[in-house]
Design a protein around this ligand. Structure first.
Ligand code: AMP
Length: 176
């Protein structure tokens, strides 16, 4: 069994005082650890009939591409505003100060397609919730969401689960 927690570096007070930044680059840099993480993120959804993975920029791209390869399905990038070249739809989500927007190509997801959301970490769930809204606006069905890290004190995963979305995380850390 891989000890994922041990492979994740914690940086106190980054990017600002009071935040414990969970840095997964140390896990990504470890070959067996990265492979085991991708396998563990994908395995609960291996029989869920996933038709595409939607990865959230930027760390969700690294993990999501690998998870999509593992599940044998396509990959849809959910990008920060202004990065995608074709027609897009966007959804806002709250940051601590102000709002940000993630965008998706208008034709990236087809009605009824079963989609798995992938990101490195879920905290308040605001980013993942914007991803759910984007996918559902296209007629896609969110069949699950998978993360390396859950911060349960911020209850993002509980909110997604309350919407009927099966969620999975490899490790949980207390606090922010
Ligand atoms: P949220 O929308 O609050 O669920 O925040 C999730 C997004 O913010 C993810 O894309 C994470 O990469 C990033 N994030 C939030 N909190 C942390 C943290 N403590 N350490 C590392 N990344 C974080």
């Amino acid at each position: 069994m891989t000890d994922f927690k041990q492979l994740i570096r914690t940086i106190p007070d980054y990017p600002k005082p009071g935040i414990m930044f969970r840095d997964i680059t140390t896990l990504l840099g470890n070959g067996p650890g990265f492979r085991a993480a991708v396998a563990a993120m994908a395995s609960p959804f291996a029989s869920a009939g996933i038709e595409a993975v939607a990865g959230i920029e930027a760390r969700g791209f690294i993990l999501g591409g690998a998870v999509a390869d593992r599940l044998g399905c396509g990959f849809v990038p959910l990008r920060k505003k202004g990065k995608l070249p074709w027609k897009t739809i966007g959804e806002e989500y709250a940051l601590e100060y102000g709002v940000d927007i993630i965008e998706m190509h208008l034709d990236a997801i087809h009605p009824g397609q079963k989609i798995l959301i992938v990101d490195d970490l879920i905290a308040t769930g605001g980013t993942a919730d914007a991803a759910v809204r984007l996918i559902e606006r296209s007629g896609g069905k969110v069949a699950g969401a998978t993360f390396i890290v859950d911060l349960p004190d911020l209850a993002g995963m509980t909110k997604l689960q309350a919407r009927g979305i099966p969620c999975h995380a490899l490790v949980a850390f207390a606090g922010h």
